[in-house]
Design a binder for this molecule. Structure first.
Ligand SMILES: O=C(CO)[C@@H](O)[C@H](O)COP(=O)(O)O
Length: 230
């Protein structure tokens, strides 16, 4: 578990390095190899003093089993994502400006080009509003349930589209491990920024055609991937 704490701590610090968070915003968690525990950033702790020993370990019900500090306020959202999306090994939440602004505008993030297609097999969905009752009752858990409902309702594969825009809140991303989850958070922010510039150049810009989406996504993912040196 010590190795995972170091990995999660380093991933949280990467959010700052990549300019995806300021102050104490955002959080990263990872699932233990046996799938029984989650290691997550402590709530409200300054990144400048963050260290692996501060990471909090909980079971899948959210009970703290290791650590002195309170876990991230988004813990229950992370837990719902692990429960709902098989294969997810790490979850990232940020308030990165372009993705958050798109979530606040209640807009999906269409795949306008190959930069997006390389990592996400289609548009990044924006969830519906949470109802007042969902916010008042179990806000963080319901945020996770609304994300899962969005993917189920729209028949999306969360491992092919490893990100979401939570309406009026911000982006959540995930992946098989911390490195991939943070990478997906960074790509989500960058493609959100590019999308805004694209539609400023051309308000009528269309999403990339399916054949281009297929070409770029599957050259990096799946059995016949041939990108890079892998
Ligand atoms: O979106 C939120 C709170 O709604 C979080 O990203 C906070 O901004 C960080 O919370 P902690 O992880 O420090 O509890």
């Amino acid at each position: 578990m010590e190795t995972l704490k170091r990995e999660v701590c380093d991933a949280n610090l990467k959010l700052v390095e990549y300019g995806l968070v300021i102050l104490t915003w955002g959080n990263v968690s990872a699932l233990s190899e046996d799938g029984k525990f989650v290691v997550i950033k402590p709530s409200g702790v300054d990144y400048s003093s963050m260290c692996p020993e501060q990471m909090v370990v909980t079971d899948l019900s959210g009970t703290v089993v290791e650590g002195e500090l309170r876990p991230s306020s988004d813990l229950l959202t992370h837990l719902e994502l692990y429960r709902s999306f098989a294969g997810v090994g790490a979850v990232v939440h940020t308030h990165s400006p372009y993705a958050t602004a798109r979530a606040q505008a209640e807009l999906d993030l269409p795949c306008y080009g190959t930069t997006h297609a390389d990592s996400f097999y289609g548009a990044i969905p924006c969830t519906r509003h949470l109802t007042k009752q969902e916010v008042d009752q179990a806000y963080e858990a319901n945020t996770g349930l609304v994300i899962a409902e969005t993917f189920r309702h729209r028949k999306l594969d969360p491992m092919a589209i490893p990100g979401v825009l939570v309406c009026k809140h911000g982006p959540f991303s995930w992946g098989i491990n911390c490195k991939k989850a943070v990478e997906n958070a960074l790509i989500l922010e960058e493609t959100a920024r590019m999308a805004l510039i694209t539609t400023q150049f051309s308000p009528q810009a269309e999403p990339a055609p399916q054949y281009l989406l297929d070409k770029h996504y599957f050259r990096k993912h799946g059995a016949n991937a041939y990108y890079g040196q892998n």
